[in-house]
Design a protein around this ligand. Structure first.
Ligand SMILES: Cc1cc2nc3c(=O)[nH]c(=O)nc-3n(C[C@H](O)[C@H](O)[C@H](O)COP(=O)(O)O)c2cc1C
Length: 400
C-alpha cells in the first residue's frame, strides 16, 4: 500500500500546495484520492544506519542529519510553515526564562524519572507523533519506536505511519499512545480507534491543528524531487470504506473529541491546544490531558509558542489535568523550564528524527540519553532532587 504519491505531485497551484504540504505535515490531503500502487524509490538512498552517535549538543544534529538524509526528507522534517516565524520562536522562547538555582541543599543526586498518566518513565521526555518516517530512515518508524523503548519512555504513534499501528506495538515492549488525524469518514475513524484499543494503546491523542494542509514552502520547492516509496500502514480495512476515507475531517469539533473517548473508553489528550479556554473545555469534556503545541511551527505560522501560553494554561488547570508541551526542545534546561512552568512532560519531534537518520534505534537512544543527562545535570545544579521539586519559583522572567 502506498502513500498517494500523486497527491504530492499533481499539477496546478492548489494541488501543488497540497502535494508538498500533505507530506510535510504527515497527513493525507483533505479530499485525497485513493492510494496508487507503490512508486519505486527513484534512486533515493535512505539512511539505514544503526549506531550510537556521539552528541555534544542536540543543536548539532540538524546539520549532521542533513548530510545523510535525502533532500526531500530533510525539507519535510526540518521545514516549517510560511516564514517559519513560529518555528524559530519555539527555540527563542525558552530563553525568556532564567533558572534560579537553589544552592547549598546538600543533595548528592537527582532523579529524572516521573509518572505520566499512570506510567513510570525514565525522564519527562516522550516521542511526539511524527508521520511518514519512511522519508527519514529505510526502516521507517522502527528506529524511533525501538529507540524510545530503549530509553524507557512513551512512543506516540501517528495515524499516518508507514508501519501499521499493530506492528508498531509489536516492535517494542514500551508504552504506546495512538495519535489520530480524525478522518472525514466516521466509519474509518471508528475502525482506527477500535484497532488502537484492540492493540492495547494506552491513550488516544487527537490532533486538532492540522485539519487542512499548510504552506510548507521548503517542501513545496522540492516537488518533483525523488521521493522514497512510502507504505501507508493504516489504510482502511472496513468493507465499503475506500482510501478516500484517509482525508482529514476539516470541520472538526469537540464532538469528535468526545467520539474518541466514547468509542475507546481510553484517556484522551487533545494536541494543538494553545489557550486556557480550550484547555478548560478539554477538561470539562473529561479529557485526561492537553498537549500544548503549534505542530513544531508546521501548521499556522505566527501562532504563539507552547512555552509562552503554558503558564496561563497551568494556572487555569491547577494540576487537575496532565499537560504535555512540544516545540523546540533541545536542551535539558528546556525540559526543566517546561516542568517549572507547569508541564508534566515534553515531547520531541525533529531531534528524534535526526537521531534516527544518523544512527537508527541506537541514534534515537543517544538523543534521549543526552537529553536525560543534561536534564539531570540541570536538576542537580538547580537544587531540585526530584521532578516533583521543580516548581514555578525555580524560574524568573529574563530581563531583556
Ligand atoms: C516530520 C514531522 C512529521 C510530523 N507528523 C505529525 C503527525 O503525524 N501527527 C501530529 O500530531 N504531529 C506531527 N508532527 C508534529 C509533532 O508531533 C510535534 O508537534 C513537533 O514536531 C514538535 O516540535 P519539534 O519538532 O521542534 O520537537 C510532525 C512533526 C514533524 C517534524
Amino acid at each position: 500500500m502506498t502513500l498517494f504519491r500523486r497527491e504530492f505531485l499533481s499539477a496546478g497551484a492548489a494541488a501543488t500546495l497540497s502535494a508538498g504540504a500533505a507530506l510535510a505535515q504527515g497527513a493525507p490531503a483533505a479530499g485525497a484520492r485513493a492510494p496508487e500502487p507503490p512508486p519505486t524509490s527513484a534512486g533515493n538512498s535512505l539512511p539505514d544506519n544503526e549506531k550510537k552517535i556521539r552528541i555534544v549538543t542536540l543543536r548539532d544534529l540538524e546539520a549532521e542529519a542533513e548530510k545523510v538524509m535525502v533532500p526531500f526528507g530533510f525539507a519535510y522534517v526540518a521545514g516549517g510553515a510560511g516564514d517559519e516565524w513560529t518555528m524559530k520562536e519555539n527555540l527563542a522562547a525558552f530563553n525568556r526564562w532564567t533558572i534560579m538555582p537553589n544552592y547549598l541543599t546538600g543533595h548528592r543526586s537527582s532523579d529524572p524519572s516521573t509518572t505520566i498518566l499512570g506510567t513510570r518513565i525514565a525522564c519527562p521526555v516522550i516521542a511526539a507523533p511524527v508521520g511518514n518516517q519512511g522519508v527519514v530512515h529505510a526502516q521507517g518508524e522502527l528506529p524511533t519506536v525501538k529507540g524510545t523503548a530503549l530509553a524507557g519512555t512513551t512512543y506516540v504513534t501517528s495515524s499516518v505511519s508507514q508501519m501499521s499501528l499493530e506492528d508498531i506495538v509489536a516492535a517494542s515492549s514500551g508504552d504506546k499512545w495512538f495519535q489520530i488525524y480524525f478522518p472525514d469518514d466516521r466509519s474509518f475513524a471508528t475502525e482506527l480507534l477500535q484497532r488502537a484499543k484492540a492493540a492495547e494503546y494506552k491513550v488516544i491523542v487527537i490532533t486538532v491543528d492540522a485539519t487542512i494542509t499548510s504552506n510548507r514552502e521548503r517542501a513545496t520547492r522540492l516537488i518533483g524531487a525523488p521521493l522514497p516509496g512510502l507504505a501507508m500502514g493504516n489504510s482502511p480495512g472496513t468493507p465499503g470504506v475506500t482510501g478516500n476515507a484517509m482525508a482529514m475531517k476539516i470541520d472538526l469539533t469537540w464532538d469528535d473529541v468526545d467520539f474518541c473517548r466514547s468509542t475507546t473508553g481510553l484517556p484522551v489528550i487533545v494536541k494543538g491546544i494553545l489557550s486556557p479556554a480550550q484547555a478548560l473545555e478539554a477538561e470539562r469534556r473529561g479529557c485526561a490531558g492537553v498537549w500544548l503545541s503549534n505542530h513544531g511551527g508546521r501548521q499556522l505560522d505566527n501562532t504563539p509558542y507552547a512555552i509562552t501560553v503554558l503558564p496561563r494554561v497551568a494556572e487555569a488547570l491547577k494540576g487537575r489535568t496532565a499537560i504535555i508541551i512540544d516545540g523546540g526542545v533541545y536542551r535539558g534546561q528546556d525540559v526543566f523550564r517546561a516542568l517549572a512552568l507547569g508541564a508534566n512532560a515534553v515531547a520531541l519531534g525533529r531531534p528524534l528524527q535526526y537521531g534516527s537518520a544518523l544512527g537508527g534505534a541506537q541514534g534515537v537512544r543517544s538523543v534521549y540519553d543526552h537529553l536525560r543527562t543534561e536534564f539531570t545535570m540541570t536538576m542537580q545544579l538547580a537544587g531540585t532532587p526530584t521532578v516533583q521539586s521543580i516548581a514555578r519559583n525555580c524560574l524568573e522572567r529574563a530581563e531583556t
